[in-house]
Write a protein that binds this ligand. Sequence first.
Ligand code: SF4
Length: 296
Amino acid sequence: MEYSISTFEKLLYACNQNNKKIYEIMQEKEAFDFEISTEEVRAKTLKNINAMKDAIISGLCSSEKSFSGLCGDDTAKLKEKYKAAPALFGNLFEKITTYALATMEENLRMNKIVACPTAGSCGIVPAVIIALAQEKDVTQDDEVNALITAGTIGYIISTKVAMAGAVAGCQAECGVASAMSAAAATQLLGGSNKQIINAATLALKNVLGLTCDPVGGLVEIPCVKRNAFLAIHAITAAELVLANVESKIPPDEVVDAMVQTGQLMSPLLKETSMGGLATTKSGIIINRELQKKEGI
Ligand code: SF4
């Protein structure tokens, strides 16, 4: 079926007109656009789910540092901590935070991850979907539905802005990943289409202005830990919308605000490593040490 879903308003209209869930509309759109069957769309999505699970499994078993030596052992530290003292917020919190770090640490080791929507934000969507699916004991089909729902959110935002820190700061990477995860979590928890879109809206609204200032130009500081934070942020959005808390600013207007915020953001804070954390006293020292290591 041919659908025009370049805005959240159009997406909700298509869902209401056809009495379908967001993932149903999107899988039909994908099938139409790429001239494949919806079964093939779902099979491709499942392949991504499995790749996400593989990255989590290998990330949980490794404490190998990245080439820079800056990151790579935070998952191991967090696992040790939870063994000694369980998380205040329980099992789901433990899983989400460790899975997010595990996936990101696989990324910095140059191992296989699913960029979702980008490599720097690759830990957020998998952590939320896989952890929640395990805790809620849902089916594989439910996981696929959740990932297609997440992808729909990313797709709509991407029609207005490129998902790159260099274009709109980290709100366009980890921020969008958090919005996608909020939608996926709400789908997994049985929310309505309106609640799913509202969850993405609340999550995105609360990261507007998030800058991209990676230390030494590497996708490590602050990126790795930010994934754990914004995965939990997504769950907060899902909980709020399931209580029927609504964003007073409609979803498409929030995306417009994000685009404008990205345009207004100084280039120093858009992946150039010329401002923010990258140019703190410690950030500069780390950068100098990296340059020495690389013989620059
Ligand atoms: S801080 Fe920049 S490099 Fe790091 S995840 Fe965010 S957008 Fe990507």
